[in-house]
Ligand binder design. Structure first.
Ligand SMILES: Cc1cc2nc3c(=O)[nH]c(=O)nc-3n(C[C@H](O)[C@H](O)[C@H](O)COP(=O)(O)OP(=O)(O)OC[C@H]3O[C@@H](n4cnc5c(N)ncnc54)[C@H](O)[C@@H]3O)c2cc1C
Length: 842
């Protein structure tokens, strides 16, 4: 509303100006100045061009009265700002004084978290004018012949061994032969360099392996993800001493050691830096000799692979009260590798994560004495644990959960598309009802987005990036999208998804969803605190520069650098305000796009939202400062806008990486439209909740002068998208590539595809029975087997056709049927457990 009023006022002012003497010249002058701001000229270039424009404007005789005076004062001010010594004393130094008072103090831990990883495409989105060539020039991710062979060989073999009902209900573990395969065929060695006997896979190959396993068994995928994620191997790779690497890495690669990583405890979950677990430097006896070592006391829980781990990566806080190492007494968070059988460790009990029994459990340690060279990287790395963790998380978080979730979502789309084709109600495949189409289209669009995000970002990692902010965005959004896809798959399957048993291929995936939401930074924390909190400082082109300069102990150098950053920042904000206004007004129609054709509009809209976002970020940081960290609702919404732009860019790049197939365009459109609509709504939510209402109104005028005009995907688009996966199409195959869909007994993904193909093939026969049999009264049976027999007797179908139809009916009903059990088969305990026999509290 306010935006519309401001836009109306601008139009009226313009109309009025045109009726005045010199009005047209004034409009040309204002437009030229706006173009200068839009083009983001340097201060000097702007001042010179403004001087020329003002001289021309004055020569034309148009400016008059106070307007003329104001313009000349402005010009004088601009020239003064170009005199750096003057501007430093008049503006920069006083501003720096106030800035330092507002600047929140930053602990070493926070600083290390902020500095971890690299800034990639996320940084471009903060500029308001992203340079597309940076993204589009990146090489598409590719699998080497060896990596492809691993997916087609050991990975298929593993999937064939996995029966999720047996694993989750009957055994509560993977079968021994699956463990054997995981350990001995390199599944735990994907990130270990070849020279230590590992597979040294690319990030993309690693991601594809996890996605494939996840499409078959969430339990196996969780077990397989951990040794390749943040843990002993990753830490040793980057920080281990040669002796540690030479000892552990080959053993981990061969599966002789099973690793786990223990950070979380009962008192420190999300706030992991506050762990109360201690390692105190002291003298003690190790292998019969007195040495200086560490006495560890800790209590950890939720640790994946702990029950079967042979080596524990342990995070604790290290102290040296007697200064035996000669330095600080509080050394800080440290990471060590502790063999399972070290005296004092209690390990082996299991948690039960939502009926998906991957190995997970608590670990306690009481006065566990170990030598200092158990510290990863040796004693020299004592106190560097937090930096190690956050640095490695910036890569690991992009892969494990996004890959597992995407694999599961692809399996969900594959299964749901086929099921919606073979399951008919009201004489129609359920996938053809508009209400169901909408849900299937959402599954497809979200899965495409997830796949694009995980594969393009994995490609960037393979290109040398360590994208820390994208890793948080992927972790949060891909797992949330996975949750939506899981819910949707359940809805489309109706009761079939709910009745657990060997025939249920959805239930366990649905149950395990909150695990992905919780681990590696629980989603509420990641959305509200991490994405924008880290992004605002890390990716912003000026904020980190300003902060570093402000804190520079060399005062003169600091003021100089702060001055450059500050004035760069002011120009940047003004330019983004102008860019946002012009692009919103024109619906970004004249914005340059790097491609022509149907996707060009999405590139333009991303640039528009990037300018609006960058402008909103600056206003929020300038007016709220450190308080923005507490206003989590605002940070979260800005983080959402950033993430939506990031994911939409990934979608466009992914489409290009796949050769821009035109038949996928409806899906690309759905995904981009959904993301950009969401970006618009979150930006609007930010403005509605911004505490300073006057500023919110101004921002609104500049960001949404035409109101909220970007629309969500519509029903017609949903119809086109759903049709692409409820039949056998290249799009369905491309989207769901890489899942375990081999046609074999007990693989629902293969069997569903087979039934769907039969449904397509036999549709003309079924139609013939309806038209020539049911409608004419020759076929009166209510079920398909009866109808087939009557149609055969009436000569409507041949023997061969009847046999094909019976085969189809049997295969379809096999998939639609659910399991039932005798009562005693379901309970595990006839009597309630006594207080003594109940599981321990960890
Ligand atoms: C199945 C499973 C496997 C795991 N594996 C491992 C492992 O191998 N190693 C390991 O060390 N840990 C592991 N974890 C632990 C996991 O990392 C933690 O569960 C996670 O960090 C959250 O801690 P918490 O569960 O104690 O939740 P809490 O910290 O108690 O948080 C509760 C809720 O509050 C939210 N929250 C907290 N602070 C904020 C904030 N500032 N702003 C907004 N929201 C906030 C959280 O997002 C969460 O939703 C595992 C957990 C699970 C469930």
């Amino acid at each position: 509303m306010i935006g519309a009023i401001i836009a109306l006022l601008v139009v009226l002012a313009a109309a009025y100006a045109v009726t005045q003497v010199g009005g047209v010249i004034t409009l040309i002058f204002v437009a030229a100045v706006l173009v200068l701001a839009y083009r983001r000229l340097s201060l000097l270039a702007f001042t010179v061009t403004f001087t020329v424009l003002l001289a021309l404007y004055t020569t034309a005789g148009a400016p008059a009265g106070i307007w003329k005076g104001l313009l000349w004062v402005l010009l004088a001010g601009l020239w003064l700002l170009n005199v750096r010594p003057l501007r430093k004393s008049l503006v920069t130094r006083p501003f720096l004084g106030a800035y330092l008072k507002l600047l929140p103090s930053m602990s070493q831990t926070e600083r290390e978290a902020l500095e971890a990883g690299t800034v990639w495409w996320d940084g471009e989105l903060f500029t308001g004018a992203p340079q597309w060539n940076k993204l589009l020039a990146a090489q598409p991710p590719r699998l080497s012949a060896e990596e492809q062979a691993f997916l087609d060989g050991p990975c298929e073999e593993l999937c064939r061994l996995l029966d999720e009902w047996h694993i989750t209900h009957e055994r509560a573990d993977l079968p021994p032969e699956a463990w054997e395969l995981l350990k001995t065929r390199g599944f735990f060695a994907m990130i270990i360099p070849r020279k230590y006997g590992g597979m040294e896979f690319s990030a993309y190959a690693h991601s594809c392996v996890l996605a494939k396993i996840s499409s078959r068994s969430p339990t196996a995928a969780s077990n397989a993800a951990v040794p390749n994620s943040l843990g002993p191997a990753e830490l040793l790779n980057h920080y281990g001493t040669e002796a540690q690497k030479n000892y552990y890495l080959p053993r981990l690669a061969r599966g002789e050691e099973v690793p786990c990583f223990a950070l979380t405890g009962p008192r420190a979950g999300s706030d992991a830096a506050s762990i109360p677990d201690t390692g105190v430097v002291c003298r003690g006896i190790w292998q019969g000799e007195e040495i200086v070592g560490l006495k560890l006391n800790f209590s950890k829980r939720y640790i994946t692979l702990a029950p079967i781990a042979t080596v524990i990566g342990l995070a604790f806080r290290m102290f040296d009260p007697d200064k035996l190492l000669g330095g600080k007494t509080d050394i800080g968070i440290t990471v060590a590798l502790i063999p399972r059988h070290t005296p004092g460790i209690t390990i082996g009990r299991r948690h039960f994560p939502l009926n998906v029994p991957f190995q997970n459990g608590p670990i306690q340690g009481h006065d566990v004495f170990v030598p200092l060279d158990f510290i990863v990287g040796g004693a020299a790395m004592a106190g560097s644990g937090w930096r190690m963790l956050v640095e490695q998380l910036s890569v690991g978080r992009c892969i494990s959960l996004p890959s597992n979730t995407t694999g599961a979502a692809k399996a969900g789309v594959w299964a749901t598309g086929a099921y919606a084709r073979i399951r008919s109600q009201f004489n129609t495949p359920v996938g053809r009802f508009e209400g169901v189409e909408t849900v299937i289209a959402r599954m497809v669009g979200l899965t495409y987005t997830m796949d694009a995000g995980r594969s393009v970002t994995a490609g960037a990692i393979d290109g040398g990036e360590k994208p820390s902010v994208p890793s948080a965005m992927l972790k949060y959004h891909v797992t949330e999208m996975g949750r939506q896809v899981g819910n949707d798959a359940m809805d489309v399957h109706g009761g079939k998804g709910i009745m657990l048993g060997p025939r249920n291929y959805l239930g366990r995936g649905y149950q395990v969803t909150p695990v992905a939401i919780t681990v590696e930074g629980a989603n509420l924390l990641t959305r509200n605190l991490i994405i924008f909190g880290q992004g605002a400082i890390r990716c912003h082109p000026f904020v980190l520069r300003e902060m570093t300069a402000a804190r520079d102990p060399d005062r003169a150098k600091g003021v100089d650098e702060f001055d450059r950053a500050l004035f760069g920042h002011i120009g940047f904000t003004i330019s983004n305000a102008v860019r946002s206004f012009i692009m919103a007004l024109t619906h970004a129609r004249f914005t340059r796009a790097p491609v022509a054709g149907e996707t060009a509009r999405y590139y333009q809209h991303i640039v528009r939202f990037s300018a609006s976002f960058a402008f909103a970020v600056d206003v929020a940081m300038l007016t709220l400062g450190g308080y923005l960290k507490k206003k989590e609702g605002l940070s979260a919404r800005l983080g959402d806008v950033l993430s939506c732009m990031y994911l939409a860019s990934m979608v466009l790049k992914h489409h290009m990486n796949q050769g821009a197939p035109p038949e996928d365009l409806p899906v690309v459109e759905w995904a981009c439209r959904n993301l950009l609509y969401h970006a618009q709504e979150q930006l609007h939510g930010f403005l509605r909740n911004f505490p300073n209402r006057a500023l919110a109104a101004v921002m609104r005028g500049l960001i949404f002068p035409r109101g909220l005009v970007y629309s969500a995907p519509g029903d017609r688009l949903a119809h086109r998208v759903a049709a692409l996966v409820t039949a056998s199409t290249p799009t369905r195959n491309r989207l769901c590539a890489g899942i375990y869909r081999t046609l074999e007994p007990h693989n629902p993904l293969g069997l569903l595809e087979e039934a769907m193909l039969l449904a397509e093939q036999l549709e003309p026969l079924l139609k013939r029975i309806r038209v020539e049999g049911v409608k004419t009264g020759k076929v009166t049976a209510l079920d398909l087997p009866g109808q087939i027999s009557q149609a055969l007797s009436a000569g409507i179908v041949s023997e061969t056709e009847a046999a094909a139809l019976r085969d189809y009916d049997r295969k379809t009903m096999d998939l639609i049927n659910v399991d039932d059990f005798a009562s005693q088969e379901l309970g595990t305990q006839a009597e309630p457990l006594t207080a003594q026999s109940r599981p321990h509290v960890a």
